[in-house]
Design a binder for this molecule. Sequence first.
Ligand SMILES: Cc1ncc(C[n+]2csc(CCOP(=O)(O)OP(=O)(O)O)c2C)c(N)n1
Length: 482
Amino acid sequence: MLTVMAKNSRNVVTQMKSKMGLWSIINRNSCTSSANHHNRTPLMAPLARDFKTPASNSLYSHTLFTPRRFHSIKAGKQSDSLYTCDSNQVLDFPGGKVAFTPEMMFIPESSEERVPCFRVLDDNGQLITGSSFVQVSEEVAKKMYTDMVTLQTMDTIFYEAQRQGRISFYATSVGEEAITVASAAALTADDFIFPQYREPGALLWRGFSLQEFANQCFGNKADHGRGRQMPIHYGSNKHNYFTVAATIATQLPHAVGAAYSLKMDGKDACAVTYFGDGGTSEGDFHAALNFAAVMEAPVIFICRNNGWAISTPITDQFRSDGAVVRGRAYGVRSIRVDGNDALAMYSAVHAARKMAIGEQRPILIEALSYRVGHHSTSDDSTKYRSVNEIERWSAQDPVTRLRKWIEFSGWWNDEDESELKSNMKKQMVNAIQIAEKMEKPSVADLFTDVYDVTPSNLREQENRLRETMQRHPQDYTPDFSV
Ligand SMILES: Cc1ncc(C[n+]2csc(CCOP(=O)(O)OP(=O)(O)O)c2C)c(N)n1
């Protein structure tokens, strides 16, 4: 029966060929198909810069990982290909030549081997022999560590402030400090960041002050958003950090659009967007990856695969080998990285940035880690995961791992540690006290900054709000003036 099908399909192709003259079936000796997108002329002239591909850079080397699934499932009759192909028959199809095969074979849904995870430091903070990484200076290494500790201090104090009823909401980054701080360290200040909500580490790296963080969480007059966002929805023009949107994954297409504009303007910069494993189930993730690949946009997608999307475990989130394998489906170069290893994150993002800008292409990085804290102050994660699991991951703390490495390197000691921790705590408490005392934004601020001339429906809403506040003053804090 298969023979009949094969004969028929060959006839169909032959008829189409002769009728339409669009497809050409040409002789070739290899059965390998090759996509040629990246060989075509770029949409814009290449940027004038001395760009070395990572492979030729003496600082580090990397290889493009080719999943071996296609070799391990069935040994091919030609070379090491999975498929038995007719070496003389290929279809010259848009995007590259496609070999014919007489075998009806489905691409398997999963690989036998999972994509390996790039790491540089072992659990004990020791360099792994033979690992390829970008050397960081003492200054950068110490700042990475200092910012990670600052983030931990900030998380502890803000979390307590929420529990005391002083701020309305908070979400910590506990367990994921290396992903955001080390990735931001490998970028330049001109790169645009499109965050989810668990990336204050990247903003901290860029110089957002503790006072600015506190002002946002308390929603006071000095907050850049003037209290119009929930706590932790930071944004800063000065730091090229786009304001957090609570709607999961909406930042991804924004990042691609921004990356494309950087490309059009010939800028030596890229866009970087962060999201969780939960975000990969949103349509925006898929649209963004495809759009970025097709438009050859210099954007780095950083997926924080932390095991959980609130109470949804990754085993219920996807059946694929995580997020990393999805890059290939869209034609996006991808890597899986140990998100608890600051040096691996730094190196992977450094390399990704070079490729994104130098080759004008998107890159996907899947950082494996764990959300050690509850999803937010509105959650109790012990209701859906075991304390053992949390403790097992807490023991792999990325901050301690980096500390061990800087200690081994002779750049850090116990004295530095206690000085840093007590300073940070004092600064944080001071910032909170100032933020809490500061006046709240006026009611009028709720209705400004979007329209040049306020439309009538917003004016009506403002009037209604003022009336409500006057009728129910007990429901509004006294510092919130009408
Ligand atoms: C479009 C949309 N759907 C659902 C939600 C509710 N929600 C808020 S956070 C969250 C989980 C996101 O998990 P993940 O992307 O893995 O990030 P993580 O919190 O683990 O860092 C969900 C479903 C939302 N904010 N937006």
